[in-house]
Design a protein around this ligand. Structure first.
Ligand code: SOE
Length: 391
């Protein structure tokens, strides 16, 4: 039976870890959600034609391009999906928007505030012509996180006093884990701070509905040189300690305190040296009427404390966020069956396609990405100067 929905041609730039996560999302979303437009995987773009060709074969991309500029002149491509290191985001996104292509761009939006400002300006101009853009903070589309935002917005926590955000990984705890693009400032912009700290900043602002007003930060690079020659696209690994070593030019870990516009105080850390923690993206919020706590390593659960309950029976309860009434869940499985890391990417596709079809500006927007970029830059400036930085 032929599909009568209008096509939405996708051109994806980059094809490694994020390329795989995005490819599965473009393929899966129309199967589980009634999308108003039908994503068509028109082209995957990468400088290595053979590698891109293998991704095209595995995920069903219709063609391969080796120069992203070619995607901008293809009439069968409506959306540019940017899955490349941060140093390329601004050039590709601005050119795509100016060519009238919708853009989804991986996080962080850019490597500098200046780049992010230029991207946000281009997105605002393009939006006036009906061209849409989104930045890929997918964790806000984990059902438990989206539900947490609903609880805060409904007033169930009362006035927010504390925001505690952590993103703990350990793939660099081995000093002989090799260099990769994520450890090169010219490509990644920063290390743990921008790569994973960006997620906790966006999540904290998304769930609270508040914004960070000032920060005091510190950053550290524990291991200054690493073996050259690891797989450029995977996380971690182990190389011979006798291998030639090259410089690490980004932070291994960052920690900062924050004041929110609404009066809450925040404590944040992002590290790739939390031995034993693999992808522990955690958020705890304490309010006058209750608290919530989330840990991505237990991603189908949201812990909730209701301070209005009888103290004799009060306590943190583990809410299994798998009911049809919870965000996104109705499209998937019966209660208790759970979702995974990849579902955030699928939900991202659902919301982007839906917004494109109805002519709405998607969230998180490039302006939201710029707001995160400003916090990242403020933390770096505070760490360098030892002073409080106001946004
Ligand atoms: C590496 O830290 C990484 O792949 C991040 O780049 C992603 O944004 C995060 O979702 C998982 O970890």
């Amino acid at each position: 039976m032929s599909d009568t929905r209008p096509d939405l041609g996708i051109g994806m730039v980059g094809y490694a870890f994020m390329g795989a996560a995005h490819s599965q999302a473009w393929r899966t979303a129309p199967a589980f959600f009634d999308l108003p437009l039908l994503p068509r995987l028109r082209a995957v773009c990468g400088r290595n034609e053979d590698a891109a060709g293998e991704v095209a074969r595995r995920f069903g991309w219709e063609s391969v391009e080796t120069d992203w500029h070619a995607l901008l002149t293809r009439d069968d491509v409506d959306v540019i999906d940017i899955c490349t290191p941060g140093n390329t985001h601004a050039e590709i996104a601005i050119a795509a928007l100016e060519a009238g292509k919708h853009v989804i761009c991986e996080k962080p939006l850019a490597n500098t505030v200046a780049e992010a400002e230029a991207m946000a300006a281009a997105a605002a101009t393009a939006a006036q012509q009906g061209v849409r853009s989104m930045v890929g903070f997918t964790y806000r589309r984990t059902p438990a996180v989206a539900f947490a935002r609903q609880l805060v917005a409904s007033g169930r926590l009362g006035t927010i006093r504390h925001v505690r955000g952590q993103y703990l990984q350990d793939w660099l705890a081995d000093e002989n884990a090799p260099l990769s693009w994520r450890l090169d400032k010219s490509l990644a912009g920063s290390g743990a701070l921008g790569d994973i700290g960006a997620h906790i900043i966006d999540m904290a602002q998304f769930v609270t509905g508040d914004s960070i007003a000032s920060v005091n930060g510190l950053m550290e690079t524990f291991v200054q040189t690493r073996p050259i020659g690891g797989d450029h696209t995977t996380l971690g690994g182990h190389a011979s300690q006798d291998a030639e070593r090259g410089p690490v030019t980004v932070d291994d870990a960052a920690a900062f305190t924050a004041r929110f516009v609404g009066g809450a105080i925040g404590v944040f850390e992002a590290t790739r040296f939390a031995t034993g923690r693999k992808n522990a993206l955690r958020l705890e919020i304490n309010g006058t009427l209750g608290s919530l706590a989330f840990d991505f390593e237990d991603m189908n659960v949201l812990e909730f404390f209701d301070a209005t309950e009888d103290p004799s029976v009060a306590g943190f309860r583990r809410i299994l966020v798998t009911e049809a009434s919870h965000p996104y869940v109705a499209a998937w499985w019966p209660p208790g069956h759970g979702l995974g890391y990849e579902h955030g990417f699928t939900h991202q596709v659902v919301d982007l396609v839906t917004d494109i079809a109805k002519g709405a500006d998607p969230a998180p927007s490039f302006a939201d990405g710029l707001a995160v970029q400003r916090v990242l830059a403020a933390v770096e400036a505070s760490a360098a100067s030892g002073t409080t930085q106001t946004l």
